[in-house]
Design a protein around this ligand. Sequence first.
Ligand SMILES: CC/C=C\C/C=C\C/C=C\C/C=C/C(=O)SCCNC(=O)CCNC(=O)[C@H](O)C(C)(C)COP(=O)(O)OP(=O)(O)OC[C@H]1O[C@@H](n2cnc3c(N)ncnc32)[C@H](O)[C@@H]1OP(=O)(O)O
Length: 179
Amino acid sequence: MYARSGLLSQRSCSSHGRECATPVLAAQRRNNSTATKIAVEFDQSTGVAVMRLQGPPVNSLSLDFLTELCINVEKLEMDKNCRGLILTSSQPKVFSAGLDIMEIYGKSPERCGEFWRAVQEMWLKLYGSSMVTIAAINGSSPAGGCLMSMTCDYRIMADNPRYSIGLNETQLGIVAPFW
Ligand SMILES: CC/C=C\C/C=C\C/C=C\C/C=C/C(=O)SCCNC(=O)CCNC(=O)[C@H](O)C(C)(C)COP(=O)(O)OP(=O)(O)OC[C@H]1O[C@@H](n2cnc3c(N)ncnc32)[C@H](O)[C@@H]1OP(=O)(O)O
């Protein structure tokens, strides 16, 4: 979902000194899902977009989720009026549970490869963004959720002792590929 007047067209442009992505984007080619796991509100008057993660129950980062997230970041990146992006969660108590472990459990090497490429695309898009990016961490954010927030320029976390954040994935025997 991209809530602003005038849905962005896919166009090549150069704004704020940044080159825009090519019109046909890797993430868009991959996206077959119609479900919306990301809601974006863009405030024209401030130039700030709020991206709400709304993938129940815990915003786990599936291939579909990562694809939708990348498409939305790309769309905002192409909008010369958008200067800032706030990433937050609509789910209670959880920012993101990290990678969707069902995407890697018992899957073929090809499918795992596709999934890890999508993970890489996500952090590269956020880390390389020309927008000022802020993670408003309003719940637990283990492993891939922590990675996602670390790729933002700033992080603010809700002060609640029940919320945890950190790179705990090795406890599951998961080692991120060499990037
Ligand atoms: C720049 C790069 C350089 C270096 C790389 C750096 C880092 C490495 C990068 C990536 C590696 C990342 C790996 C991962 O992310 S692996 C996943 C790790 N995540 C977890 O271990 C989280 C486990 N979950 C929890 O701790 C809790 O669920 C949570 C605190 C998030 C929420 O607790 P709550 O009590 O609210 O809910 P639950 O009842 O526990 O869960 C509800 C429901 O959701 C399912 N669930 C939870 N997490 C996941 C997940 N990660 N994937 C898929 N499904 C998940 C859980 O099983 C429940 O399902 P159900 O029983 O069917 O209701």
